[in-house]
Design a protein around this ligand. Structure first.
Ligand code: PGA
Length: 252
């Protein structure tokens, strides 16, 4: 039995006021302690704010990205794995499709980020996903397994896979539970064939792409869907708490 993992990716959103309200409201939700792991990923400029607002202790704060050099240095505009560790932040998203497609991050750069995260001991939420064109050409399985391979993971204990079909992100178009399950199964089979069966059974594979309070119950019922990475709906406390509740119900 894998502990469900649910992440809220706030992306580049929020004001001091809206974040104060969001944290206050999220802190009212039922405890997830020992049942569901929950992280929220504010923009890096808001990480300190969320810490100072005393986000509930059963949830953790994650970064959205890091630079590929462990200790940073001359990298204008970036944040480093060491800075996160120093601040008490112990996870980061990596390889999000917006990083890949808007900022042109290559698999090579992403693999370097995985390496420095592992060196520092961060948990990684590594994102994979095909574009609509790739899906239509029948390349989904090949694309997502090669992205998974290219992370070059060495410590699977600190790695969560997020399957996020690019065509479903921020579009209101969710993958059907069957489509998502199929892709998750492909990823789990890849782990069994290329790492080992113990890792394949242990690693959480979460789904992202227009997850909301109306579709989370059905999605998490699928045998290989272990939680969610939520964008838009994670900015609304009621919706995000309801998605977290789907996770809680799934382990009842
Ligand atoms: P969305 O974003 O929920 O707004 O589709 C998901 C993500 O990008 O992680």
């Amino acid at each position: 039995m894998r502990t469900p993992y649910i992440g809220g990716n706030w992306k580049c959103n929020g004001t001091v006021e809206s974040i104060k309200q969001l944290v206050q409201d999220l802190n009212q939700g039922p405890s997830t302690e020992g049942k569901v792991e929950v992280i929220v990923a504010p923009s890096s400029i808001h990480i300190g704010l969320v810490q100072s607002l005393n986000l509930r202790k059963d949830w953790k704060i994650s970064a959205q990205n890091i630079v590929q050099e462990k200790n940073g240095g001359a990298f204008t505009g970036e944040i480093s794995a060491s800075m996160l560790k120093d601040l008490g932040i112990d996870s980061t998203l990596l390889g999000h499709s917006e990083r890949r497609h808007v900022f042109g991050e290559s698999n090579t750069v992403i693999a370097k980020k995985v390496k420095v995260s592992e060196e520092v001991g961060l948990t990684i939420i590594g994102c994979v996903g095909e574009t609509l064109e790739e899906r239509e050409r029948g390349e989904t399985n090949q694309v997502i397994t090669s992205q998974l391979k290219d992370f070059n993971v060495t410590n699977w204990d600190k790695f969560v896979i997020a399957y996020e079909p690019v065509w479903a992100i921020g579009t209101g178009k969710t993958a059907s539970p069957q489509q998502a399950q199929e892709a998750h199964k492909v990823l789990r089979d890849w782990l069994a064939d290329n790492v080992n069966s113990e890792v394949a059974q242990k690693v959480r594979i979460i789904y992202g792409g227009s997850v909301n309070s109306a579709n989370s119950d059905e999605l998490i019922k699928q045998p290989d869907i272990d939680g969610f990475l939520v964008g838009g709906a994670s900015l609304k406390s009621k919706d995000f708490l309801s998605i977290v509740n789907s996770g809680l119900k799934s382990v009842e």
